[in-house]
Write a protein that binds this ligand. Structure first.
Ligand code: DGL
Length: 259
């Protein structure tokens, strides 16, 4: 069992930001990554549509023999992970906007959260918000249009810069000193965001924390791969292989699959 792969899924290519962290931290592990680009974005879908797509991805990864599943998508985590955990015996790792570190460390008492509509409207997100943001001004912003631009290979474009300018404006007016990235596609925007934000504004992305949590759970359950030189990495996309390849700097084996 311990040499079985780690399964990772996202609505598309964004979860590769998590895949890269996991692969760097656990180089001995096999990984199967599903980029459900055909159905991206998940962010504007209903809770039940997000749940159905999450079930489809989960069952495919279980069929492929995965020992753990990383839901590398804030939208799927906040809308579906409690159902997945209660219906399957395999362990799940999720990702949610990292509100807590931003809320605990803000000096200006104002933080910004950029995420999808599906994440910002979920019960799980509101519960976390209620828990940590008493006395703190939270500027929530739906990143409408960002995921489709990334999925179509237009990461570094004028259209993207214009969108970000629009979305950052109310946050900067509220004097935020933390920007929480609540979507796994957004870490790819960090170079552009860093150029656009004042120097004192810190960007929080939870990719490394998710990788560390994956390692900790594998350790606790005795599932870390102890056999060296057996790992294999497979990235499957039901959308554009070229765009998935480009975001991975052509460093991995990518194939098309009609799932
Ligand atoms: N990457 C995803 C997330 O973390 C989903 C974005 C989308 O498909 O709308 O929320």
């Amino acid at each position: 069992m311990s040499n079985q792969p780690i399964g990772i899924f996202d609505s598309g290519i964004g979860g590769t930001s998590i895949f890269k962290e996991i692969n760097a931290l656990l180089p001995n592990e096999s990984i199967i990554y599903l980029a459900d680009s055909k159905n991206a974005p998940y962010g504007n879908k209903s809770e039940s549509e997000i749940l159905q797509l999450s079930i489809k991805n989960t069952e495919l990864l279980i069929k492929k023999g995965c020992k753990i599943i990383v839901v590398a998508c804030n939208t799927a985590t906040t809308n579906a992970i409690s159902f997945l955990r209660s219906h399957y015996t395999i362990p799940f790792i999720g990702i949610e906007p990292a509100i807590k570190p931003a809320a605990l460390n803000t000096k200006s008492k104002a933080i910004g959260i950029l995420a999808t509509k599906g994440t910002l409207s979920s019960d799980l997100f509101h519960k976390t918000l209620d828990l940590y943001t008493n006395q703190i001004k939270v500027i929530e912003q739906i990143g409408e249009g960002i995921v489709p631009l990334i999925e179509s290979g237009k990461l570094d474009s004028k259209a993207m810069r214009d969108l970000l300018q629009l979305y950052l404006k109310p946050m900067l007016m509220a004097d935020i000193d933390y920007l929480v990235l609540g979507c796994t596609h957004y870490p790819y925007l960090i170079p552009m965001l860093t150029n656009m934000l004042p120097k004192h504004v810190k960007i929080i992305d939870s990719g490394l924390a998710v990788a560390k949590q994956t390692k900790a759970i594998l350790e606790t359950k005795g599932l870390l791969n102890v056999i060296t030189n057996t790992s294999s990495i497979k990235l499957l996309s039901n959308g554009s292989i070229e765009i998935l390849n480009a975001i991975l700097d052509h460093k991995f084996n990518v194939s098309y699959s009609n799932f």
